[in-house]
Design a protein around this ligand. Structure first.
Ligand code: ZN
Length: 384
């Protein structure tokens, strides 16, 4: 037996009933709370500066997020997620019903990406107030010990989500067809571990980055590459987004420091002003069909080379999951093994039947014998 007052030296918990009700609702036991408390106490609180302000020019500035560190996926960088909860998050999933696949995909993907659970402490009060209700609700759902709360509580959360979706997004009637990509975008919008900030700039022969006065920065949550160039891999499509160096610019846009010695070899570029996000959601407007999958190389590691205010940086990403369809049904898949090549196990969740299907081969995508397409792929940054 544990005495709750022993784990609460600050005297916050005075109400045994409240503690019991908390444990009942969350599925956590006092033993778990005690273990968490002890771990947190040992690790201490991360008090480094979590938010910086970068002055671009004059009194125009951009608020920046802390660069991605090894332990980004621990709550506030110190507390690990409960292992039991983690194991059960993807095996006790809700059953598909009443055209709910867009909702279920959004919940599954948010859980997989830890959407909103971490790095929220890096946002300023203004940024937090800019997060829309659906993304805030997702953050709340992801923060629940989803694997431990039981089906009834999961159903309740989904019900609240469906109601809010109808209220917030036009044409999102219950039981009707919904665009999975728009629902996903709404639910992930502005959440810090997915978002990053860019601004258009240019560089001349003097190697100095220049940003035109009045140019606004853009915060991105998802990447939406175009599939129009039919023979391009996802890597090549991402290169287009980050390396627009082939675009010429007029030197009259700004003043080169080399004055009359200027070669007028100016190039436009997309400057990442904060950092590339820990997880990256790539949504395709057109589905990538099975036969295209081979040359698109959607499930391979991606490398993103981008300009920053400190020069060129490279970050690498590995795929961790995707949304796809077989015939008319949508599914979510996740890579259970760490990294694509080490003991790769893919399992996907059949939302129509609630089954979990496991594939231990590298050719799982090729082996599905039906009409199929990839709708979105999610990648996690590889920490070196
Ligand atoms: Zn120049």
């Amino acid at each position: 037996m544990y005495d709750v007052h022993e784990i609460d030296p600050a005297g916050i918990v005075k109400d045994d009933k409240a503690v019991q009700s908390f444990c009942q609702r969350t599925g956590a036991t006092i033993k778990i709370l005690l273990a968490f408390g002890n771990t947190a106490q040992q690790l201490g609180v991360s008090r480094d500066v979590t938010e910086k302000t970068n002055i671009l020019y004059g009194n125009y500035y951009v608020q920046l997020l802390r660069s991605v560190k090894k332990d980004w996926n621990k709550i506030d960088g110190t507390v690990p997620q409960d292992q039991e909860d983690n194991l059960r998050r993807y095996t006790t999933f809700l059953k598909w019903k009443n055209n709910s696949c867009a909702e279920d995909v959004a919940i599954f993907v948010s859980l997989m990406l830890d959407a909103g659970r971490v790095q929220i402490d890096q946002l300023s009060a203004t940024e937090v107030s800019n997060i829309k209700p659906l993304a805030l609700l997702m953050r709340h759902i992801v923060a629940l010990p989803w694997g431990l709360i039981g089906q009834e509580s999961q159903e309740k959360s989904r019900h609240i989500f469906v109601e809010l979706l109808q209220a917030e997004v036009p044409n999102c009637k219950a039981g009707a067809y919904k665009c999975i990509l728009s629902v996903l975008e709404e639910c992930l919008m502005g959440l810090p571990q997915l978002s990053f900030t860019t601004i258009h700039g240019s560089k001349c022969c003097d190697n100095q980055y220049m940003i035109k006065e009045g140019m606004r920065s853009v915060r991105h949550t998802t990447l939406n590459p175009s599939l129009e160039n039919s023979r391009e891999s996802v890597q090549q499509m991402l290169n287009h987004i980050f390396n627009a160096k082939d675009l010429p610019t007029t030197t009259t846009d700004y003043k080169c420091s080399r004055g009359h010695k200027c070669t007028k070899a100016a190039t436009k570029m997309t400057l990442v002003v904060d950092r590339m996000p820990p997880v990256m959601a790539v949504l395709f407007g057109t589905d990538i069909k099975r036969k295209e999958g081979r040359f698109r190389k959607v499930f391979e590691e991606m490398e993103i080379q981008h300009d920053t205010t400190k020069g060129i940086r490279t970050v690498r990403y590995k795929p961790i999951g995707c949304v796809f369809y077989i015939s008319k049904f949508h599914y979510t898949a996740r890579w259970v093994g760490r990294g694509l090549n080490e003991g790769k196990i893919v399992h996907y969740d059949d939302m129509a039947g609630g089954n979990v299907v496991c594939y231990k081969t590298n050719d799982w995508w090729e082996n599905i014998k039906a009409t199929q397409g990839v709708v979105a792929v999610f990648y996690e940054q590889i920490m070196s």
